[in-house]
Design a protein around this ligand. Structure first.
Ligand code: HEM
Length: 129
């Protein structure tokens, strides 16, 4: 699954540094506004329960940032299988995530750790060329 991006948890975590749950929920809201506003990506999500998707993405991002939250959604390979997601799609999603983190003034070193942790999921998510 996805590794925690940083060894620390609790008060020293990246999760705490950026403002905890409310901050991450706001990042994830902005992230999906960008994804759903991107004509290359929006079509993938037409049948998706967005409330569930956001809840699970908040859990996942919180977990990789060392927060006191556990991801309880589907295995990432299973959630994305059969969707024909390309490496280019994946790169665009990562750019929207970076933009959403930067819009919340998350420091660059933390952004880098989140991208490294979530970027490592590419092999589970990308199934097309
Ligand atoms: C950093 C890369 C990515 C991460 C960390 C990620 C993470 C997730 C998570 C946590 C879920 C929720 C699974 C659940 O609710 O059980 C999900 C669902 C989904 N993801 Fe991704 N994802 C990534 C990239 C992508 C890309 C590139 C696409 C397509 C362009 C995509 C399309 C979808 C779709 C369509 C669903 C909804 C599946 C459903 O309706 O059940 N994801 N993703």
């Amino acid at each position: 699954m996805v590794e925690q991006a940083q060894g620390t948890s609790g008060d020293n975590s990246d999760y705490a540094a950026v403002g905890g749950g409310p901050a991450i929920a706001s990042v994830v809201d902005v992230f999906y506004q960008k994804v759903l506003g991107d004509p290359q990506l929006a079509g993938y999500f037409v049948d998706t329960d967005l409330a569930r998707l956001k809840r699970h993405q908040v859990q996942l991002v919180s977990q990789v940032m060392g927060g006191p939250v556990s991801y309880d959604g589907a295995d990432l390979a299973q959630a994305h299988q059969g969707r024909g997601i390309t490496g280019d799609d994946f790169g665009k999603v990562v750019v929207h995530l970076v933009d959403a983190l930067e819009a919340h003034e998350v420091p660059g070193d933390i952004v880098g750790r989140v991208v490294t942790a979530l970027g490592a999921t590419q092999g589970d998510i990308v199934t097309a060329h």
